[in-house]
Design a binder for this molecule. Structure first.
Ligand SMILES: [Zn+2]
Length: 530
């Protein structure tokens, strides 16, 4: 068989967790067709990559990416592909741009502009099938998508605090079934985001009964809103209850210790290991940083978000309503968001405040932090996002990193970057999540490369049903990362976040070079999968 690409002399980490071995790899079209010794005569007409001294692994799979809009605006997506991420699973947290009618698409892309950035106007996102066409062959990486709770609830009940029952529930279940039939890799929800948080535990069960027929997981960002509607107040107990009651698979998003729980892995894993011992099928994911990222409306109560962005803007621009809104922030488990940093400030706002702490902007403007937040949202028409500042106590920060590497040693873990590649001062995970784990942290805590790679490749491919990906063997798709095991590292940091990594000279997606000599090639060979 003619080989289009031959990778010669490298050390293969095949994704299964077995120790690396020296082997050549041959690629024909978009598949791996040889793993082993390839004689020079067989590669005379091939593109040959010299991988002497380098490791070759399956392309990394990001199970939690908020690049839904970023990929539509710039299919090159250098922040991900240069780390070796060859597949992004988009639409976690229930935050998805499909399936949506054209009217709801325009409304929801506006509502989510603080997290996703602005998705293009006027796209057909009426179904998962329509959505897939907007990505297939137009991005450097493969794209898989969740069926998000948000759009399904919007199509059934609008941006309203109403229960899904009767015909509304039928509509939601029908849309979910159709989305899974069209290739969604699971159901995602985020119960600190609206309209998702207006659901109760019964609704989640009614939806997961549909998902059970497809044997797909629920990917969940745990509830911290409207807890009175949830089994045992939400959080971990609610997630486990849904999986237990419906007999479905459960996947915990961004589950790790924080500064408050640093060093207490046993404590955070106790309810999960108990449920697993009782037969609940659970996997988890994390990113290797001590703090997260979101949008400012996450700090505001549900009533403010009803009827969508136009109504929200009207509230923000009315002095009395704004005062009432601020006074009602205490209704949710709320602490004044000190220590948050603006990551992006959209049109209408002053982008010089990207990278500023909330309290510093408030001081500059001579107003309270809450007042500053409402003004920033009004100025930018909601297109602004934030992250939490990392802890000043670097020793505690290190402890969280050590915890994360211990969690990653568990066979039920994988990696979700939670990346939001938008704005001038994004969370550094958008540019560094995967390479930080394989590089800096793996070396610091001395974990085997094959173990860390398995969590980023075979594990997610199996969990989310990504056919013929995640391992290096004959017949699989040629999604490959070639890296220097000693040099691979993140260079993005909280103070300089948008910097590409080092030590990743080549990345192939479906047999085509997406990165060559540590630079993007411009080739967009990604597929809509699975
Ligand atoms: Zn997320």
């Amino acid at each position: 068989m003619a080989l289009d690409v031959v990778i010669r002399g490298g050390t293969v980490v095949d994704g299964t967790g077995t120790p690396p071995v020296k082997a050549d790899i041959g690629i024909t079209s978009d598949r791996i067709t040889t793993v082993g010794y390839i004689p020079a005569s067989a590669s005379e007409s091939s593109k040959v990559i010299d991988a002497t001294g380098l490791h070759i692994s399956p392309g990394f799979i990001d199970v939690h990416s908020h690049a839904d809009a970023a990929l539509l605006n710039d299919g090159q997506h250098a922040s991900g592909i240069m780390q070796g991420v060859t597949t992004e699973i988009i639409s976690p947290d229930g935050l998805s741009l499909a399936p949506l009618s054209s009217k709801n698409y325009e409304m929801y892309r506006w509502y989510l502009s603080g997290i996703l950035g602005w998705a293009p106007e006027g796209l057909d996102m009426s179904s998962i099938e329509a959505s897939r066409k907007n990505y297939h062959g137009k991005t450097s990486c493969n794209v898989a998508t969740f069926a998000g709770h948000g759009p399904i609830r919007l199509e059934a009940a609008g941006m309203n605090d109403v229960p899904l029952s009767g015909s509304k529930l039928d509509t939601a279940r029908g849309l979910l079934r159709e989305s899974l039939e069209q290739g969604a890799v699971g159901f995602s929800t985020g119960l600190s985001y609206y309209p998702n948080s207006w659901s109760d535990t019964e609704e989640l069960c009614a939806l997961m009964e549909v998902v059970r027929d497809f044997d797909r997981p629920m990917s969940i960002h745990l509830r911290d809103r409207e807890g009175d509607r949830a089994f045992e107040g939400g959080g971990v107990p609610e997630a486990i209850e849904v999986a237990r009651r419906t007999g479905t698979k459960l996947h915990f998003e961004h589950y790790r210790t924080s500064i408050d729980s640093a060093g207490q892995i046993d404590k955070i894993m106790e309810p999960i290991d108990k449920a697993k011992a009782e037969g609940v099928d659970i996997t988890l994911e994390t990113y290797p940083y001590p703090v997260g990222s979101s949008f400012p409306q996450a700090f505001f109560p549900g009533y403010f978000q009803e009827a969508g962005p136009e109504a929200m803007l009207a509230t923000l621009n009315d002095e009395d309503k704004r005062a009432e809104l601020i006074s009602r922030m205490s209704e949710i488990s709320y602490t004044a968001p000190k220590g948050c940093v603006w990551t992006h400030i959209g049109e209408g706002g002053n982008s010089k405040f990207e990278g500023w702490l909330f309290e510093d902007v408030a001081k500059e403007w001579g107003v309270s932090i809450e007042e500053m937040m409402t003004r920033m949202m009004a100025e930018t028409s909601l297109a602004c996002g934030m992250r939490v500042a990392p802890p000043g106590n670097v020793r505690q920060w290190r402890q969280v990193e050590e915890d994360i590497m211990q969690l990653m040693a568990r066979p039920d873990y994988m990696v979700g970057s939670d990346s939001i590649p938008v704005g001038g001062m994004p969370h550094p995970r958008a540019y560094g999540c995967f390479v930080r784990l394989v590089g800096r942290l793996r070396r610091r805590y001395n974990y085997p490369v094959e173990q860390v790679v398995q969590r980023m490749t075979q594990n997610p491919a199996e969990r989310f049903g990504l056919t013929d990906r995640g391992v290096i063997t004959n017949g699989k798709f040629a999604d490959l990362v070639i890296f220097d095991e000693q040099k691979i590292n993140d260079r993005s940091s909280f103070e300089d976040p948008a910097v590409h990594p080092e030590g990743v000279p080549y990345v192939l997606v479906n047999g085509k070079l997406a990165v060559e000599n540590e630079a993007v090639t411009g080739v967009l060979s990604g597929y809509a999968i699975p």
